[in-house]
Design a protein around this ligand. Structure first.
Ligand code: GLV
Ligand code: GLV
Length: 321
């Protein structure tokens, strides 16, 4: 069957060619901010498949008003998709886990080290003023990551890959929160599972890897930030709304915690102005957890594999759920 596939945002040209080579019609859109539900309904009115990204808003209305066989999102997170409505409409939803695990865990580790050693500030200072004379007592001093305690909120694939790096590479003590215990990780990393409050109180670095849903939205807020050590660093490479950004900015400003490394934001593409004002205590990156050439290609390729499989009548490779 010749299917119509709508691609919401630019992706690798050779991956679109794979869809065309299979005989399908491809409509490639260029919507850098993602498509609203109305735009998606218009664009996908007579489409069979959607190759989509995390900024597309796939609400219940979109599934009710289209006849999509498959939505393949080029992302591991799928909080932008009403999966229950997709199930009702019998639309298959797929995502791209695993292929981005290492790249994202690498970025979490990078942010941790960058905040602890104030790399952006040092870089800016060096460019502006040179190194100056070597000073043993140069302020501000960094924070040791080696040997520190890392609290991982959500021990999924990425959380576990971070635990591996942190434990074996940096000798960090691993604590985690999760809905169920992970005996294999406990054995491998000597990790222990703690309630969130205790994890926040005991960790030198807290890194967020939970999916975004009603239970996890604003998990980090004024009250939970108070539980953290004044020397602690918060890392978020998961989803922005896990954190109340205004509360975080206030905790950073008042010294309630020491710093934050953020790759995701509550209202992307915007960053809360209070966070920008905190200055060198934060390191901010623009949602680049999976942004290596190899990983982004693997994600697109996996999403295309899912579409080709489903349109050929085979089961999806990496369905949501
Ligand atoms: C990126 O944020 C993803 O979910 O893949
Ligand atoms: C993401 O795919 C995760 O499981 O952490």
């Amino acid at each position: 069957m010749v299917a119509k596939i709508v691609v919401t945002q630019p992706v690798h040209a050779e991956q679109l060619q794979r869809l065309r080579d299979a005989g399908h019609e491809v409509v490639a859109l260029d919507s850098p901010r993602g498509l609203s539900p109305e735009e998606l309904v218009d664009a996908a009115a007579d489409a069979d498949a959607l190759l989509s990204q995390l900024t597309d808003k796939l609400t219940g209305d979109v599934f009710a008003r289209t006849r999509l066989t498959i939505v393949a999102t080029i992302a591991t997170g799928f909080d932008n998709i009403d999966v229950a409505a997709a199930n009702t409409a019998k639309t298959i939803v797929t995502r791209t886990p695993d292929v981005l695990t290492d790249a994202t865990a690498d970025l979490a580790m990078t942010l941790m080290l960058s905040v602890a050693r104030q790399i952006p500030r040092s870089d800016a200072d060096t460019r502006a003023h040179g190194t100056g004379p070597f000073q043993l007592l140069r302020e501000p001093m960094g924070i040791d990551i080696s040997g520190a305690t890392l609290g991982i909120v959500g021990l999924g694939r990425i959380g576990e890959a971070l635990a591996h790096r942190a434990h074996f590479g940096f000798g960090m003590t691993i604590r985690y929160t999760a809905r169920s215990s992970h005996p294999a990780a406990e054995e491998r990393f000597g990790a222990s599972r703690l309630p969130l409050g205790q994890l926040l109180a005991e960790s030198d670095v807290v890194s967020l890897h939970a999916p975004l849903n009603d239970e996890t939205r604003h998990l980090i807020n004024r009250e939970t930030l108070k539980l953290m050590k004044p020397t602690a660093i918060l890392i978020n490479t998961g989803r922005g709304p896990l954190v109340n950004e205004k509360d975080l900015a206030e905790a950073l400003r008042s010294g309630e915690i020491a710093g934050a490394g953020l790759d995701v934001f509550e209202n992307e593409p915007d960053v809360h102005p209070d966070l920008l004002a905190v200055g060198h205590r934060t390191v901010l990156t623009p949602h680049i957890g999976s942004a290596t050439a190899k990983t982004r290609l693997a994600m697109t390729s996996l999403a295309v594999d899912n579409i080709l499989a489903v349109l050929a009548g085979d089961p999806p490779l990496t369905p949501v759920g």
